[in-house]
Design a protein around this ligand. Structure first.
Ligand code: MET
Ligand SMILES: [Zn+2]
Length: 746
């Protein structure tokens, strides 16, 4: 078996440095281009990636890390797990990913603790596993034709089956993996990477036995490439000795989030993830080299902690960043250069017994500057930039008990039973996006833009009045994004121009960079919410993003504990709460849709996280007077692990995703004892629910919950929908509510 290359990355972004894949996908989906056009764009992006990685000096190039939509969906196709109902679709792959007319897509959910979404494999009694290796084989051949030998990357059997809740199908699936290994060996492939991130979570003894069985069996396959099992997003813990006991030749460990392995790995190659794939900071060479040095293994390979999918392409796309900050940053390309430089420095240190870590660090600095071809500038040092102490926390106060607040709010707001409302955003129109682009291009003045935002707010208010909703919103037309908008108005954040990161399919976000102490120089949303309230006598609900969500959807400084960063953001949001209240808003919603996402993968760390996350939320909202009604919003239903925390937020009203999960969530939240708005329709689909449908959902809701606590609202914000869909849907929601209200005892 040939030895593993000295440097590698576990995966690479694929959406394109200028989101070329996004455009190609959307054009294909809308029928403006052909599948062949799309495939040409894909091939171009793969070629560009391999060339760039090789140019940067990377030695072990991955393949099959490209995907037209999602790597888990690709694995389902590889294994033949395509549900029968999609097989006759014009394009079964995209039918599974996005649905078609009359066919709902497969479920999608978040990939471990990231904001990347994967397609959940649907494995049922009818699933017949059957290998289709055309994609990985095709990419190996495509790279070879360009002169590159590559290591195909595939989601491993245990993780795939755990994601599909079907670990009992391991035997059948392993048959496919054996065939895949044989096919790759026949193709002359030296190494294959099987991704097993599920192994960094808590695993039962049965699951650990499955890991052992899987890799014993694959390891003893007659014809196969070298087996590299990659883990990431945390420490392998009890899975490490299990893996180490199997014949796999190489094991990937995340040394950024996990510790240096203590298990005996003297017979293995360890692919050491010392360059973080989850943040945008430069690697401290001293720390990385010390970690590499501490690994006891037959061979140590320098790598990233996970795929670089989760970071933007290159700092070259960000000429506008302030030089001091820029000097601290590394995106995917810069991280590859770090991996290459660390591999060189590590080899040099090994070669010279007397070489100190310091000398290797200098070698690293020279090499990484060289690899990127830039003039020597700020060299990465061992020391983190000096840190100012976080601002003094504001004195923490508690709100009055709920019963007191509820009475004050009822007297002040005088809402009917089953009050109707929405989650905040209204359709983001093409005109609004065009207006923002025009401001950026200098063809529209700020004042002109603000007039358009006000006109949109007025339209949203009038639409809601006409529909007869009870609690109105301003519609969030000023926000490009619910996190970025706040980042742009808070100190301590920077925003990027091209720092796109794939969220799912063709959808990307540009996470802001939280790099310094957070402060709010002036009110952010007050003028928009206040304007909306000035237009109507109905109550308007002010709309803020919560501290946990702002931090979860940003790249965050790593020189302060996350908890302290979140508390700084909480204080800024708390100031905004008080200003909204002073501007006459009686209802304020603080959204925390990412509360679940930051939950640590290991149970042992979850309680501590939930405690400070809840404390941060309460700190942001506790300055509100008792007659101000605080709402929160969460938009997922797999909330089981965080129910107590949601309750702990102590919001007067909680709106939560429920249209798709139905009764299950109602049972779970019924014990909260405060206001609840389980969503009555799914905003992810363009479908308009009928009044009858909404009414029957509502009936179910008032059977499960005391009617005086029930609110009526959609599952989430409406910004991705059209006005036509929204007006029709909300009209039916209001009709259904009125019917039910008139049936209530007086
Ligand atoms: C992802 S949660 C979205 C909440 C936000 N207020 C909206 O309505 O868009
Ligand atoms: Zn939502």
């Amino acid at each position: 078996m040939s030895s593993f290359p000295t440097s590698t990355v576990l995966g690479y972004p694929r959406i394109g440095p200028r989101r070329e894949l996004k455009r190609a996908l959307e054009s294909y989906w809308s029928g403006r281009s052909t599948r062949a056009d799309l495939d040409r764009v894909g091939a171009g992006l793969r070629e560009r990636t391999w060339r760039r990685l090789a140019e940067l000096g990377l030695d072990g190039l991955p393949s099959n890390t490209f995907s037209l939509y999602d790597q888990v969906l690709d694995t389902a196709v590889l294994l033949g797990a395509v549900p029968e109902r999609y097989r006759d679709a014009a394009d079964p792959y995209f039918a599974m990913a996005r649905g078609t007319e009359g066919l709902a897509p497969l479920r999608m959910t978040k990939w471990f603790d990231t904001n990347y979404h994967y397609i959940v494999p649907e494995i049922g009694p009818d699933t017949v596993f059957k290998l289709d290796a055309s994609k990985p084989l095709g990419e190996v051949r495509e790279a070879r034709a360009l002169g590159f030998e590559t290591r195909p990357v595939v989601v491993g059997p245990v993780t795939f089956l755990l994601l599909g809740s079907a670990l009992d199908r391991l035997d059948e699936v392993l048959g496919c993996y054996e065939e895949l290994l044989a096919a790759l060996a026949a193709e002359g492939v030296a190494w294959v990477q099987l991704d097993e991130p599920a192994l960094v979570g808590d695993r039962t003894p049965g699951e650990l036995a499955a890991v052992r069985a899987a890799y014993e069996r694959l390891g003893s396959a007659a014809a196969r490439p070298g087996l590299f099992v990659a883990s990431y997003f945390g420490d392998l813990g009890e899975s490490l000795p299990v893996l180490a006991g199997t014949p796999v030749e190489a094991i990937g460990v995340d040394l950024v989030r996990g510790g240096v392995p203590v298990a005996d790995l003297t017979g293995k190659t360890v692919v050491a993830g010392v360059v973080s794939g989850r943040d945008v900071w430069r690697t401290s060479p001293g720390r990385a080299l010390a970690a590499l040095d501490a690994v006891r293994a037959a061979r140590v390979v320098v790598s990233t902690s996970c795929s670089l999918l989760h970071v933007p392409y290159s700092l070259a796309g960000e000429p506008g960043l302030e030089p001091e900050l820029r000097g601290r940053l590394a995106f995917a390309e810069e991280k590859v250069a770090e991996v290459v430089a660390l591999a060189a420095a590590h080899a040099a240190a090994r070669a010279s017994a007397r070489a100190s870590a310091r000398a290797s660090a200098r070698a690293f600095a020279r090499a990484s500057t060289h690899a990127l071809g830039s003039a020597p500038g700020v060299l990465p040092g061992d020391d983190q930039p000096s840190v100012a102490l976080p601002p003094e926390p504001s004195p923490s106060q508690e709100r009055s008990p709920y019963a007191v607040r509820a009475a004050a709010q009822a007297a002040h707001l005088r809402l009917p039973p089953l009050p109707t409302t929405t989650i905040g955003s209204f359709p983001q129109t093409g005109e609004l996006r065009a207006a923002r682009a025009a401001v950026a291009a200098g063809t529209l003045s700020q004042a002109g833009y603000e007039r358009r935002v006000e006109a949109e707010i007025e339209r949203v208010i009038r639409v809601q009045e006409r529909l007869g909703l009870d609690v109105l919103v301003h519609g969030e037309p000023e926000r490009n994004d619910m996190v970025q908008y706040f980042a742009e108005h808070l100190d301590g954040f920077a925003v990027t121009t091209n720092g796109w990161v794939q969220s799912y399919g063709s959808r990307c976000t540009r996470p802001p960079i939280l790099h310094g102490d957070v402060a709010r120089p002036e009110p952010i949303t007050v003028r928009w919410a206040g304007y909306a309230q000035s237009l109507t006598s109905q109550p308007v609900k002010g709309m803020l993003t919560g501290p946990v969500t702002i931090v979860a959807w940003s790249f965050v400084r790593d020189d302060l504990p996350l908890r302290d960063v979140v508390l700084q953001v909480a204080d800024a949001i708390g100031q905004e709460v008080r200003d909204l209240e002073a501007a006459g808003l009686s209802i304020i919603q603080v959204d925390e849709p990412a509360l679940r996402e930051l939950l640590p993968l290991r149970r042992s760390a979850q309680a501590e996280y939930l405690e400070w996350a809840v404390a941060a939320y309460r700190r942001a909202t506790s300055g509100a007077s008792e007659r101000t009604q605080i709402h929160t919003h969460l938009c997922y239903s797999d909330a089981d692990q965080i129910l107590a925390a949601i309750d702990g937020l102590d919001a007067d009203v909680t709106t939560i995703e429920s249209a798709r999960s139905g009764a299950r969530i109602l049972g779970a939240v019924s014990a909260f004892g405060r206001g609840l708005g389980p969503g009555v329709y799914d905003i992810h689909s363009p479908r308009v629910p009928s009044a009858e449908e909404v009414e029957s959902l509502l009936r179910r809701t008032v059977e499960a919950l005391p009617v005086e606590r029930v609110w009526v609202n959609p599952d989430c914000g409406l910004k991705t929908r059209t006005y036509e869909e929204v007006e029709a849907s909300l009209a039916n929601v209001v009709t259904a509510t009125r019917r039910l209200r008139s049936a209530l005892p007086h």
